[in-house]
Design a protein around this ligand. Sequence first.
Ligand code: UTP
Length: 520
Amino acid sequence: MIAATTPLSIKTPKPVSSETSPSTPLSYHLIKERYQAAGQGHLLTYYDDLSEADQSALLHQLHHLNVERVNRIHQKATTCPSPMLTNQSALLAPLPEECFDSILEASPDKVNEWQTIGLKQIAQNKVGVILLAGGQGTRLGSTAPKGCYDIQLPSTKCLFQIQAERIFKLQALAREQEGVTEEVIIPWYVMTSGPTRLATVKFFEEHNYFGLSQDNVVFFEQGTLPCLTFDGRIMMESKSQIAVAPDGNGGVYAALRGTGVLANMAERKIEYLHAYCVDNCLVRVADPVFIGYCVSKNADCGAKVVRKKSPDEPVGVVCLRNATFNVVEYSEIDDEVANRINPRNGQLAFGAGNIANHFYTVDFLNKVESFEGDLEYHIARKKIKSLDISTGEVVTPKQVNGMKLEMFVFDVFPFTQRMAVFEVDRREEFSPLKNAPGTGQDCPETSRRDILQQHVRFIQNAGGKVVVGEDDKQLEGAPTLEISPLVTYSGEGLSHLVSGKSIKTPLLINSLEDLEKALF
Ligand code: UTP
């Protein structure tokens, strides 16, 4: 493990917003002059009231913040209206057929072929995983990082553990397929942020890295940007501190470079990366089918998508905008475009729902620096607890009062040379945990339900029968059947045992022995 206190080959994280400015170090007058010139002089309003230590902390923060860059970002984000609002038909085009495949339409042989290619890359230690876990999970309302969340599975496993065990199992599957005796390693690069870092690292330590080797779990931290009022003034958290927030999951690219993770990948001779969001309980981490698909297409960047349920489902879609790959938000698409049908297959022409689940070559990740200046920032309007400069009081607002500036992980799509888009079965691969318990949508209950229902299908697809026991409470209508990822990654390896047999729920299967014992 490469953590904050043991940097090894990872350098101390340097937030992207912390570019050193060319002023004399910590000179109050110079800093004041510079901030006044930038229209941000209010940040020193309470300077004289502060203790010496707080004065020094504030000057230090201001010295390290590139305020001119913050102003530029604000200006760009607020003055470039989306070109989507007009002339959509000319601007938008569906995905080119040669860049798109669907697992729902592919033959089993084709899927096997992709999987074989993917497992081969994994067995050669060429595949790594990037976990985006820097979000604050405000909608879920948990104080701990989302990955620590227990979605109330019978095993009580949290999301991090489920994902770690999938990696563990996949390493074994790759070894098995290729018949290699040496260790197969899928390094897990875990991106955290200021608000999630310490708690995440501690959680992994306390849980012994969920059985993975700690050398192969690499934590790195994304950058932050100041929170702004609607007129672009930097907000303060207290009289001595600027209010900052993580710079969005698109901060991953600068963070990979700035914290030395790209160098770590080079040392390990990693060639391909799978990146995903922490909150998808069904995520197929380092999915060999997806990796194999993208490698066989010679793609530099890949995106998994799910079929949009209906034209008005509020999800961004992957398509072409101005002839480059893009994710277009639901709110940006007009009705005619949203309803358009692809005559070839009768599906929505703009129906590739984005789930922030990507493939990259390391070469592509290294190239991001060359176009980073052209990436867009997005405005997230939020309720931000902050100092009221006029009264000196910290206020918890009831209404949205400011904005956070974020980059999105898919913002690099327009810069890809060879994009591959892979449609997967939503039931099998996508169930995000976004909302608080009891909300009924994308919440802990739906996460739990979707995993349990999938495990029922694992048994059924392997030729077995699931009998619902009388004492099974079947919460949210799902029989209580949980199978550890250490037993099966995506349903493989069960049919020789379960074909023609039955099991009875509620049941938790932690090993093949458990499964054998439960069969009748
Ligand atoms: P969301 O956009 O759903 O944000 O993140 P969130 O923080 O999880 O939840 P809310 O919006 O505050 O309720 C999608 C994915 O991107 C990651 C999250 O951890 C999640 O995996 N993310 C988000 C980051 O890694 N960094 C960020 O700055 C924001």
